[in-house]
Ligand binder design. Sequence first.
Ligand code: C2E
Ligand code: MG
Ligand code: MG
Length: 425
Amino acid sequence: MSATSISLPFLQRDGLSLAGRRIALAVRDRKEIAVMIVHAHDVEQLCASLGHERTGDILDGFFSRLQGIARENDLVERIGDRKFVVLLNGLRNRGHINLAAKKIQRLAKETPGRHEDEPELSTTVGIALCPLQSSDASEVMRFAEIATLNGRHSNQSVCFFESDTANQMIVDWGMERRLQTAMEAGNLELHYQPKTNIQSGAIAGAEALMRWHEPEIGPISPEVFIDLAESTGQIAELTYFAIQNACHQLSDLRGTRDDLNIAVNVTPSLIRDREIIDAVKSATSIWGVDPRTLTLEVTENALMLDREATHDILTELREQGIRISIDDFGTGYSSLGYLKDIPADELKIDRSFVMGMLDSPDDFKIVKHTIEIARSFNLGVVAEGIESEAMLEELRKLGCDYGQGYFICKPIPPTEFHEFIKQAK
Ligand code: C2E
Ligand code: MG
Ligand code: MG
């Protein structure tokens, strides 16, 4: 495996929108699907011997051929320059799924016009089963991704997710040590996804989203490594690293836009521990940042775990001026009663509802009512996962305050974010 990372000129997308929506629909309709992540590897070697353009054509060609063999109810989506997701409907038997995966791999190798000296396009396929292993779209995608990583490490070209794979992964691959090294060596980076004021169109701030490019493995999804950090006890260090970096970014923006707000995600376990109060105080004072420009995003489940402790800590953070946002609102199993005395400033509507709002009347109602709930409890409201102008327009009509999504901008590295802010000024 190559230790270098290259930037390829072709498609650069991160997102699981179409596949995510399809999985959610399949779950609703009680259908069984196999979720496959197909990861093309040795792309650096292909580029080195054939050049970027030919490599790009080979990957594009593979994607078209994949689409060509999909059955009517299957779905093929490209989710990265070298990553694809395939959803297979109605295949219960692992043997059949395995055969389908092998067919995909043959297809990858069969580049039309390939000279016999040219390297082949090799792939690893990771598979998770829905709803057998999870009926949550992002979780089942994450499981398939873990299976891909596991396959690459154990030299299996097709790998099914097993529930203890994640734990195995930590032990077998020294992931804990790799994560530590990443924090020290700077392989962990925050990307920033701009947030706009939907009513005025002005940029209001950004959400900081962690990215890890592991030199030997490649990019690892935050949903995988955040879980990993939770289980290895590294989550506090990782979160404080994010808070420090976000404050650094805010201080860099001083003079350009003093009013921008940056949001950092904080896992529920940390909101029960008073250490977060000192960590935030120290980061804002080191970087000379106005606490009102920092938001902490916590999921609604965090508020349910240890109600009293969480409540006190959030209240204290708010007294310092920090804003609190309730992330993924609507996906938890909490009663709405907690809204009565919620120590928060805003609700963030989960992207699954926003992404479905134009196709599903139920999702539309959830979005509309969440905006109304936020209004009646004097909370701000943010919609995430805005993928089209039509969604943005609908949210504007519904009176949503802020928006974030690929239609506005994807998460981008700090330098690009800085440019984005300057241009938008
Ligand atoms: P989140 O906090 O709900 O973040 C929003 C996720 O939605 C991000 O995924 C973002 O890239 C994605 N997203 C934004 N706009 C769109 C869109 O228009 N369409 C689609 N399909 N997706 C969109 P990402 O970066 O993969 O992060 C996933 C989750 O990982 C985050 O969900 C958050 O829970 C967690 N995470 C990321 N960074 C951190 C971190 O620094 N600390 C902690 N504790 N969690 C983090
Ligand atoms: Mg968030
Ligand atoms: Mg969210």
